[in-house]
Design a protein around this ligand. Structure first.
Ligand code: SF4
Length: 349
């Protein structure tokens, strides 16, 4: 049942008071009603999708040092952006962020649209990111609903259905709580409440500013809401990676295809990723030796097992990639999967 205006107002006030006292200090966060740089907000929001705050903290400053403005990001080659992003995973986000910067610069003279509808027209900005940008960067009184917010609102209202079956209702209930003033703080307060108090498991209701009004808490359902949806088991795939060294000990790497997982990234040559098992498709004919053990890596819906093969050649043939020394490779920004494969090979070598 929708809440009355006085109840909404009381909930909003309590949450903002709690936020002033307990909100997290984060490198991208500006408290005290100032408007943050929209570019900074977008970088942090894109990084935080599917990635923990602790991990993002390490990458956020490095990324802004490399690309301090939206124009600098738009000017950069996508490969450089991917290298700076390397290790954060979900590389599609980096490409979308780059595409967004280019669109903003070429089509909007680097001036940000300030409404949710305008922001949603930029590459990579879905309903959540556009809402978060509009609220945080432009103080628009709009809701930003992600998985954390869905959980908190479902519990507050005692909604027992899985959030994905209730998306519109949750969005409307969240929007009803957004105040006209301090909308950006409210959005961040709700994020913090979900991240630090109303956590997926064992929510700390005793510390929650909404405990008195929370239906799930009153009914003892906080562990049962939101309803769990059975997760699909990730499918397994198998692939071989090839460590090819020349007479100087340099290692051959090549750029991955333009589409698919890890698209455009510099990587060790790899064979196809197959469900049936390992295929041997080395980049060149050589005396390939299998390195003992295997590497396993999880992508969202896929668990990849990798066998590492190595070979040494005295006269490298003409290939399209590049040869780098091991220290240069260590410094190369490359994806987690490649870091794991390289580490596995170095330990065994
Ligand atoms: S009272 Fe508990 S379940 Fe309800 S919103 Fe607060 S932390 Fe979440």
């Amino acid at each position: 049942m929708p809440l009355s205006k006085p109840k909404i107002s009381a909930l909003t006030t309590r949450l903002l008071i709690w936020y002033d006292q307990h909100g997290r200090d984060l490198p991208w966060r500006i408290k005290g009603g100032q408007k943050p740089d929209p570019y900074h907000v977008l970088v942090s929001e894109m990084m935080l999708q599917q990635t923990t705050v602790a991990t993002v903290k390490n990458y956020y400053s490095k990324f802004l040092q490399q690309f301090p403005t939206v124009r600098a990001l738009a000017r950069a080659e996508v490969e450089t952006v991917l290298q700076t992003w390397a290790g954060l995973g979900y590389y599609r986000r980096a490409k979308l962020l780059h595409a967004c910067a280019q669109t903003l610069v070429t089509e909007h003279a680097a001036l940000w649209p300030q409404t949710v509808e305008g922001l949603k027209k930029l590459p990579g900005l879905g309903a959540y990111t556009a809402g978060a940008m509009a609220a945080i960067a432009f103080h628009q009184p709009v809701a930003a609903v992600d998985g954390n917010v869905e959980r908190v609102i479902s519990r507050l209202h005692g909604l027992t259905q899985p959030p994905k079956d209730n998306i519109k209702k949750i969005a409307a209930l969240t929007q009803a709580l957004v105040p006209q003033k301090r909308a950006g703080d409210f959005a961040q307060a709700l994020m913090d409440l979900g991240a630090t108090v109303c956590t997926p498991r064992h929510p700390a209701c005793g510390r929650c500013p909404w405990a008195a009004a929370c239906v799930a808490h009153q009914k003892g359902l906080q562990e049962k809401i939101p309803a769990k949806v059975a997760k699909k088991k990730p499918r397994s795939c198998y692939a071989r990676a090839y460590v090819l060294r020349d007479q100087h000990g340099k290692i051959y790497i090549e750029q991955r295809p333009h589409t698919g997982l890890l698209a455009n990234m510099w990587a060790l040559p790899m064979g196809p990723w197959e469900e049936e098992g390992y295929q041997h498709t080395p980049p060149i004919k050589a005396q390939w030796r299998r390195v003992e053990g295997q590497v396993s890596h999880i992508f969202t819906h896929l668990r990849l097992y990798v066998e590492v093969m190595e070979a040494r050649i005295s006269t490298p043939p003409q290939l399209n990639g590049q040869w780098l020394s091991a220290p240069a490779l260590e410094k190369l920004g490359w994806p987690k999967l490649m870091q794991k494969i390289f580490h596995h090979w170095r330990q065994a070598a």
